[in-house]
Ligand binder design. Structure first.
Ligand code: NDP
Length: 453
């Protein structure tokens, strides 16, 4: 099976890669098992040296790697460069902090002697990753796991084979020994099949709910830990005391980042009736000021979607939502190929895709509410619970929102953004487990109880 790199801006195939065959997969698994010992022998110091070198490579080569991302999946190049630089940050963050995060936790247990909780590596972890942040999603898995001593086997999305290979190359050049990090060019079904292999000790998937159910099922059958980072339809709640100017500017950015294809993009704008029109006007003005264009152009804010299929699917969701009774404030819609005009819908009916599903592209959904209770009810009336953004100056409202919005995070007076220092993950159908910060490095460790008498 071959994997193609196709530029979504013009449909051109610019590279082709041979898929990994059975022997190559088997040898990668064997090497990963050997690498457990190698990583352990390196200790934190040796692993951190290599991880810092990986960070340096990401920083030094951010410009070139950004172009590769933009060409394979359409991300505006300035955002792609920021993504590469963020990868350098996460490498340095875990190089600096892993040892402290994983140090023994002493436990007082009287007659049991010297007791502690010790965090040991679990072994090779399979990472199934999406195309939308083709470097960042992988690095936020790889940096903590390599530092914890777990080799990584990557099954990247089929449309970003160039990024998959480039990431493997970064870790190799950083000095990580063979088997520490390998990219397998395989399809989803083959990846799911690997979950049951005894040499794989855990699996992490970032992607759609459908893939999450399949991989979660395979992990359950195999009795292996799994982290699932799935879809989202994040609420962005604006209350009367909010700074509307800033909220509208940040709201547009939160909706259109990565051409609207981010799991933590603000998707549902839940706005108090007292400020609804004022916020909407500012939002529309800001949205119209965005530059839609070639992703390789430095000034582009919004490029194409990842491919024509994605544009068609989003277009169908928009049309069905309008058919059900929604009103287009700014008409979104498909253009040629993977190109999609950003837009805003309001009066979203409960039985429409705009209410129930995830719109993975630059379409903002507006909802008017009369009070905080309604805002929280609407925010929670969804099967997803990934992030949430809440805008208010009222301390009481802020506390209520932080306690009652069913999501993996609530960011107040700012957009949701992943950050190496802050745990990241969801609840409900957005998945389970956490990435980043100390919580992320603990996921694939053997939390071993030591009791020495
Ligand atoms: P997909 O689920 O289609 O793809 C993600 C990865 O899963 C790809 O590597 C894909 O491989 C693989 N995959 C697909 N089906 C299976 C399967 N049955 N078994 C094993 N692996 C499989 O996701 P999308 O490309 O649609 O990505 C967008 C989705 O990801 C959105 O819902 C978005 O919200 C979510 N996402 C969640 C994030 C989070 O942190 N919570 C972050 C980013 C995105 P292949 O390409 O070969 O099909």
């Amino acid at each position: 099976m071959a994997f193609e790199s196709r530029n979504p801006a013009n449909g051109e195939v610019f590279a082709t890669y041979e898929g990994s065959d059975k022997d190559q997969i088997d040898s990668a698994l064997e090497q990963a098992v050997t690498a457990v010992g190698t990583l352990t022998r390196l200790g934190f110091k040796g692993r951190a040296e290599r991880m810092r070198r990986a960070g340096d490579i990401m920083e030094n080569e951010a410009g070139e790697l950004a172009k590769l991302m933009s060409r394979e999946m359409g991300k505006p190049v300035a955002q792609a460069r920021a993504e590469a630089e963020k990868c350098a940050w996460v490498c340095r963050y875990y190089a600096d902090n892993a040892e402290d995060f994983l140090k023994d936790e002493p436990i007082e247990a009287g007659d049991k002697g010297r007791c502690a909780l010790r965090y040991l590596p679990l072994g090779p972890v399979l990472a199934i990753m999406p195309w939308n942040f083709p470097f960042w999603q992988v690095f936020r898995f790889a940096a903590p796991n390599l530092m914890a001593g777990n080799p990584g086997l990557l099954k990247h999305a089929s449309n970003v084979p160039g990024c998959a290979k480039a990431i493997e190359d970064v870790f190799k050049r950083a000095g990580f020994e063979p088997g520490s990090f390998t990219s397998l060019l395989i399809d989803g079904k083959t990846a799911s099949g690997l979950v049951g292999d005894a040499r794989i000790r855990g699996v992490t998937l970032t992607g759609s709910e459908g893939a999450g159910r399949k991989v979660g099922e395979a992990a359950g059958q195999a009795i292996k830990p799994c982290v699932l980072e799935l879809g989202g339809s994040d609420a962005f709640v604006v209350m009367p005391s909010a700074d509307l100017e800033t909220a509208a500017k940040v709201g547009v950015k939160a909706r259109i980042q990565n051409n609207g294809q981010s799991c933590i993009a603000a998707k549902r704008f839940i706005v108090h009736e007292d400020v609804y029109e004022a916020f909407k006007d500012r939002f529309v003005q800001e949205l119209k000021a965005q530059t839609v264009g070639d992703p390789l152009d430095e000034d582009t804010d919004i490029g194409p979607l990842v491919g024509p299929d994605a544009a068609e699917e989003l277009d169908a969701q928009v049309r069905d939502t309008i058919k059900a009774g929604a009103r287009a404030v700014v008409e979104p819609g498909r253009r040629e190929g993977a190109w999609f005009t950003p837009g805003v819908l309001e009066d979203i009916p409960e039985d429409s895709p705009g209410y129930k599903d995830e719109l993975f592209g630059p379409v903002a959904l507006f909802f008017k509410i009369g009070d905080l209770e309604q805002a929280i009810h609407l925010a929670n009336d969804h099967r997803y619970g990934l992030g949430s953004s809440f805008w208010s100056k009222d301390e009481g409202e802020i506390e209520e929102a932080c306690n009652r919005i069913e999501a993996g995070s609530t960011y107040v007076n700012q957009m949701v953004a992943s950050d190496p220092r802050l745990p990241f993950g969801g609840v409900k159908a957005s998945g389970h487990g956490r990435e980043l910060a100390r919580a992320g490095i603990l996921e694939f460790t053997n939390r071993k109880t030591i009791a020495v008498k």
